[in-house]
Structure formats: structure tokens, C-alpha cells
Design a binder for this molecule. Structure first.
Ligand code: NDP
Ligand code: HSE
Length: 440
């Protein structure tokens, strides 16, 4: 150790999937971290709820504590890996207010209380690093915050939830129903026992809010992110997508756009979408994640890798920890993260897309013309129409592909189709994203 250099005390909160791996590496790779930081990183303790719960990897019993507050107050850097929102918020605020730097992988916390936490960090000149919060092992926060700070990010399309990507990939590759694919994901350990937050799109919405705020230097509240999950995606929609050269993916979409009144703003949303099979994101298989970024000068960039997993996520957490520790050695304040552009979040109705609308219609003369007329009357232009006779009760399946139209127009079309005498059922709507060159 360099003479005069003080050891840096690190508190790890949580010893679950990620926390146990982070604590283990701090113990087993201490010499490496010391040489990279220029001072020893000392694991001061690990806060847990149950001192006797089995841990993988195993951690020395004497490092475990249920007194998270005392551990936080004695640390230079606090690594929050307990998850959840309320208790995590209390402990992160306590850490920041006591002058400690914080590293977290908690997207739910950042998406709901980010502005409060960043303000607290800025007030005391502390760092709040969160690389693991989006995309697990994939470096995406630092590239957006630092590497692209001199560019204008225009659009992000992200596959940011591994569970849903695994399920949709199964549906695509094996023709499985949503239920069967989810059962396989659970059996193989890709889905959690309660996968609601993943399949509903909420987890991806947390990540979309974080990415959009960072990319566009503004505040994007979680409540402004429209979310649609994958629960209603059918095997038929996935098969129809295959037929037209598309694959269904759950996308987090963040974009900078100009509303109809000329107001510049941003949008962040999460929904399943049809992507052309030659789009870079279409090749993201299984539980992997990828984030496709389009910037004015850098143009197209893709960040790909493991979006979850203990060792994988520990890589991102430890990178943040080493960066925070170096600042302790070098000195200087934390990096200001205050939103600077003030771009508003635009009304979701102004966002435009192409749509694939699946209808069950009466198989009678004039139905196609009636449906086409109704859609055209609402200002939406049809690009393709494909009818298949179902043979069930004199009905047919009609799949309409539209040109680009605003969400508000789509909502009006769906309402009108639902009330039309010729239409038995609006079976589903999927957005179509990622066309080239216009859509990226
Ligand atoms: P786990 O559920 O596996 O572990 C949580 C840990 O926190 C457990 O050790 C638990 O203690 C402890 N804990 C929970 N509440 C408290 C409390 N009030 N006081 C003290 N300790 C507490 O979570 P993960 O490791 O999977 O995730 C941690 C964070 O990382 C989350 O924010 C998650 O979103 C994020 N993340 C996780 C990824 C992953 O692959 N798992 C990927 C990217 C981010 P005990 O063991 O005693 O119950
Ligand atoms: N449940 C998340 C996923 C873990 O399936 O991607 C990483 O945030």
C-alpha cells in the first residue's frame, strides 16, 4: 500500500444473486482492486435480512449484519443490492447524506426516485453510479453519460428484459404459446417465480425511463412511460410475423421528436413490436439483452450481452465501484448528473409507428372494402391486407398493415373497428419498428 493512502471501506447491502458475487470478488480479488484503485478496498460488511440463509458463494459469517444503518454510516462507498424501493431509498439517502458514494443496480429505485437521489448526491458532491441498472453486464450507462456526451442521441431501441426475450424467442423458434414458453422459462430458471414485473413490461419501463433521461439529458418520470407487456402476444401473431419476415420483440423505445405543434420533446415507451429479421436486434436470442443507439454523429451503435445473472451483473457493479474508489484516491467532487436539456415528455398520442392490426371479420362480400373505408376515413393509410378464410362460423382473419400514423389515430381506428358490424373481433395490434433507413 502506498504510504499515506487510506483503505476505502466498502459496505455491500444485500447478499443475494448479485450482492454475494460482488462481496466474494472484493474478498478474493482484493490485490487486483488495490492496484487498479491505488488504495485497498476493504469489505466492511454485508447487510442481509437473514444471517443464517445459505449464500452462493458462501461469505464469512462475521461480515454479515442485519444492522444496515451502522454499516452505511461507517463506509466510504455503499453498494446497494437489496432491490425494492422504500428501504433501498432510505439507505441510499442515508449513505449520500453521510457523504458516501453509492453504487446501485436498482432500476426500480432510480426510475421512481432518481431525481431526488441525484439531487442528494449533487448536494454533497458524492457519486451515484448505476451501470448495472440497465442491461446487467452491458456497459450502456457510461457510454450514454460519458462517451456520447458530445453527440446528440436521437433514438434508442432496447431489448432490456431477458425473461421476455427468452419467452418471445421460444414462441418464434418453437411455435410455443405464451403460456408454454413462460413455463419453459420458469423451468430453466430464466423467469423468476413471480414473473409479473417482467412479462407486464414494468421492468423494461424502469429501464426505458433511465435510458431516456440519460440519453436526452432530461427527466422522464416512470408515470410518463406507456407500457404494454407480452401477455397478449399470440402464437398466431408471432407466426404471421415470421411470414412477413419479422420477429416479435419487447422493445424499450426512447426517442427525441417534434410534436405536431412544433414542440420538441422526448418519448419513452415499452411494447411488443415486429422487427424486420435483418435488424441487428432481431438476432438477439434467448435471455440476452441489446441496446441499439442512434446518434447524430456516431450513427448506429449496438451494445449486446448478458442482461442479468450474478457474476455478469457483478462486473458492472464492480466497474462502478472501482471508478468511485479512484475518485476517493484522486479527490474531486462526483460527476453532476443534473438534467440540462429540459426537453418535455410529449403526449403518447403524437408518437407515430406502423401497425399490424389482426381482425376476425365476417367472410362476406364487401367486408374488405368496408374495413378499408373505415380506416381511411380516420386518416390512416393501409399498406398491406391479407385475408385468410378460417372456416369457423363464416369468419376470416384479416391482417392489415398500415403506413406510419400517430398513436392517437391508431386508437381511433381500433375503437371504430371494434364497433363495426363487419368485424367480429380486433384480435390484436402490433407496432412495426426498425424499418431502414428511416426508422433505424
Ligand atoms: P436478491 O433478491 O437475490 O437479493 C437481495 C438481497 O438483499 C438478499 O441477500 C436479502 O437478504 C437482502 N435484503 C433484502 N431486503 C433487505 C433489507 N431490508 N435489509 C437488508 N438486506 C436486505 O436480489 P438480486 O441480487 O437479484 O438483485 C439486487 C439488485 O440488483 C436489484 O435491485 C435488482 O433489480 C438488481 N439487478 C439484478 C440483476 C440480476 O441478475 N439478479 C441484474 C441487474 C440488476 P436475505 O438474503 O437475508 O434475504
Ligand atoms: N428480471 C430481469 C430480466 C433481470 O429478466 O431481464 C435483469 O434486470
Amino acid at each position: 500500500m502506498t504510504p499515506g493512502v487510506q483503505p476505502i471501506r466498502v459496505a455491500v447491502l444485500g447478499a443475494g444473486t448479485v450482492g454475494a458475487e460482488v462481496a466474494d470478488r472484493l474478498l478474493t480479488r482484493a490485490a487486483e482492486f488495490e492496484s487498479r484503485v491505488g488504495a485497498p478496498l476493504v469489505l466492511a460488511g454485508v447487510a442481509v435480512r437473514d444471517l443464517d440463509a445459505p449464500r452462493t458463494p458462501a461469505l464469512p459469517r462475521e461480515l454479515l449484519t442485519t444492522d444496515a444503518e451502522s454499516l452505511v454510516l461507517g463506509a466510504h462507498i455503499v453498494v446497494e443490492l437489496i432491490g425494492g424501493v422504500d428501504r433501498a431509498r432510505e439507505l441510499v439517502l442515508l449513505a449520500l447524506e453521510s457523504g458516501a458514494d453509492v453504487v446501485t443496480g436498482n432500476k426500480a429505485l432510480l426510475a421512481t426516485h432518481g431525481p431526488e437521489l441525484f439531487a442528494a448526491a449533487e448536494r454533497v458532491g458524492a457519486q451515484l453510479n448505476y451501470e448495472a441498472s440497465v442491461g446487467g453486464a452491458i456497459p450502456i450507462i457510461r457510454p450514454l453519460r460519458d462517451s456520447l456526451a458530445g453527440d446528440d442521441v436521437q433514438r434508442i431501441l432496447g431489448i432490456v428484459n431477458g425473461t421476455t426475450n427468452f419467452v418471445l424467442d421460444r414462441m418464434d423458434a418453437h411455435g410455443d404459446s405464451f403460456e408454454d414458453a413462460l413455463a419453459t422459462a420458469t423451468e430453466l430458471g430464466y423467469a423468476e417465480a413471480d414473473p409479473t414485473g417482467d412479462v407486464s413490461g414494468l421492468d423494461a419501463a424502469h429501464k426505458a425511463a433511465i435510458l431516456a433521461g440519460l440519453a436526452f439529458h432530461t427527466t422522464v418520470p416512470l408515470s410518463s412511460v406507456p407500457v404494454e407487456g407480452i401477455e397478449r402476444v399470440t402464437a398466431e401473431q408471432v407466426a404471421a410475423g415470421r411470414g412477413t419476415g419479422h420477429v416479435v420483440k419487447l422493445l424499450a423505445i426512447c426517442e427525441r421528436l417534434t410534436g405536431p405543434d412544433g414542440v420538441e420533446g422526448v418519448s419513452a415507451r415499452v411494447h411488443p413490436a415486429l422487427l424486420p429479421r435483418d435488424h441487428p436486434l432481431a438476432s438477439v436470442r434467448g435471455a440476452n439483452n441489446a441496446i441499439f443507439v442512434q446518434a447524430s454523429d456516431a450513427r448506429d451503435l449496438m451494445f449486446y450481452g448478458a442482461g442479468a445473472g450474478g457474476p455478469e451483473t457483478s462486473s458492472a457493479v464492480l466497474g462502478d465501484l472501482v471508478a468511485a474508489a479512484r475518485r476517493h484516491v484522486i479527490g474531486g467532487p462526483g460527476l453532476a448528473a443534473a438534467p440540462s436539456s429540459g426537453l418535455p415528455v410529449l403526449d403518447p398520442g403524437v408518437v407515430s409507428s406502423r401497425y399490424q392490426i389482426s381482425l376476425v371479420v365476417r367472410d362476406e362480400p364487401g367486408v374488405l372494402a368496408a374495413v378499408a373505408g373505415l380506416v381511411a376515413d380516420l386518416g390512416v393509410s393501409i399498406e398491406t391486407a391479407q385475408q385468410t378464410r378460417s372456416g369457423v362460423g363464416g369468419t376470416a382473419t384479416l391482417v392489415i398493415g398500415t403506413h406510419r400514423a400517430p398513436e392517437a389515430a391508431l386508437a381511433a381506428v381500433v375503437r371504430a373497428l371494434s364497433g363495426a358490424a363487419e368485424v367480429e373481433q380486433v384480435a390484436g395490434v402490433l407496432r412495426v419498428e426498425g424499418d431502414r433507413p428511416k426508422d433505424g
